[in-house]
Design a protein around this ligand. Sequence first.
Ligand code: URA
Length: 247
Amino acid sequence: MIIFMRIDKLLCEMNIGSRSQVKELIKKGFICVDSIVIKKPETHVDENTVTVTCQGKTYRYVPYVYYMMNKPSGVITATQDGKERTVLDVLCAELLKGEGLTGIPLRDISPVGRLDKDTVGLLLLTNNGALSHSLLSPKNHVPKKYFVKTDGSISDEMVQALENGIMIGPEEKALPAIIEDRKDDQCTITITEGKYHQVKRMFHAVGRNVTYLKRLSMGTLVLDQRLGEGQVRELTKEEVDALCLRI
Ligand code: URA
């Protein structure tokens, strides 16, 4: 049996308004579904196929959304916070500059994994919980590549230690990492875990402090170099398909 969605719920999911606002829009005859005026909020519609029109604007329901952000420094990786600006605040502000928010189910969007407040670079935001879970599951060892600058030159011995796997706490060992493109005090590091402050703690363990950290990739997803810090774009179909292959 197929159970369709109530039109008032669908309009809320599409971010057209709050439950009371959309009820009002329906009462006033402003909502059309496939060109038919809907008068009852309890009307059930097939959310996957219908076209909704509200005051002359047309919307299609998109159940899943995927955004790539070049996270700026100074913003916390959270959906909301009483004091600090969050990555969701950045996302909403960026989307409002374009088409606006309508039609996008913002409610369930969250960042996939965490970057520190001072870390910049690739952050995926989605409402696809299964994908998020798969990318973050420790079992899956999804590679994450970072560009790192430190407060001193990085020696062969340090690289060796990082590539062998290193103790980053009394009983905590980081798995072997891959170090590439080393130039004096900077390099890239690829890790396959997501321990708390992992990259900073790994470098600390070899005697260096990280002074700049930028995530370049996560699994198949690579940061779009055209995105400035704080900018966002939707993932392409190819990027989504490549990520979803792993679910
Ligand atoms: N490792 C860190 O130390 N910080 C981050 O933000 C990400 C990985």
